[in-house]
Design a protein around this ligand. Structure first.
Ligand code: CUA
Length: 155
């Protein structure tokens, strides 16, 4: 069978790309480089209601003045709501979901994470400006996804 020279070249290039991409997947999987965002902390999403931290999620002030905000996302709200945090202080969000994957994005800031059932997402952020911020879910989670919002109050 006769194959044009340039067609043969491109076939080899395409084959080489497939080998490279498969190699990247196998390498990152084998080296443990594919992980959920943040640290790895698991939680049983079916027993969140009786969990010591996420059973009654709240904002707690630590000894050094920083703040830890535990948040549960569930169809179609965030708990607690509103979330009150101080301005100019390091706020560590600890986030999980009791049903499906939700998003947690504080609009106008870089506070943005996924709430994945079975995992605790953790990130820290400092809000410089006091005010009221909208929190939106940015992962499609069901018919009322568009209405899944919360409020963050920075004082
Ligand atoms: Cu929760 Cu979209």
């Amino acid at each position: 069978m006769h194959v044009e020279f340039y067609e043969r070249v491109w076939m080899w290039i395409a084959a080489a790309l497939i080998v490279v991409f498969l190699g990247v997947i196998v390498t990152t999987a084998a080296m443990g480089a594919i992980q959920p965002p943040s640290h790895i902390e698991t939680i049983d999403p079916t027993t969140i209601a009786s969990h010591p931290e996420f059973g009654a999620p709240a904002v707690k002030t630590n000894a050094d003045g920083s703040v830890t905000a535990s948040v549960v996302a569930a169809m179609f709200s965030f708990t607690p709501d509103p979330i009150d945090v101080p301005a100019g202080m390091r706020v560590t969000f600890r986030l999980t979901s009791s049903d499906v994957i939700h998003g947690f994005h504080v609009v106008g800031t870089n506070a943005n994470a996924m709430a994945v059932p079975g995992y605790v997402s953790q990130f820290s952020v400092t809000f410089a400006r006091p005010g009221e911020y909208l929190i939106v879910c940015n992962e499609y989670c069901g018919v009322l996804h568009h209405g899944m919002t919360g409020k963050l109050i920075v004082k």
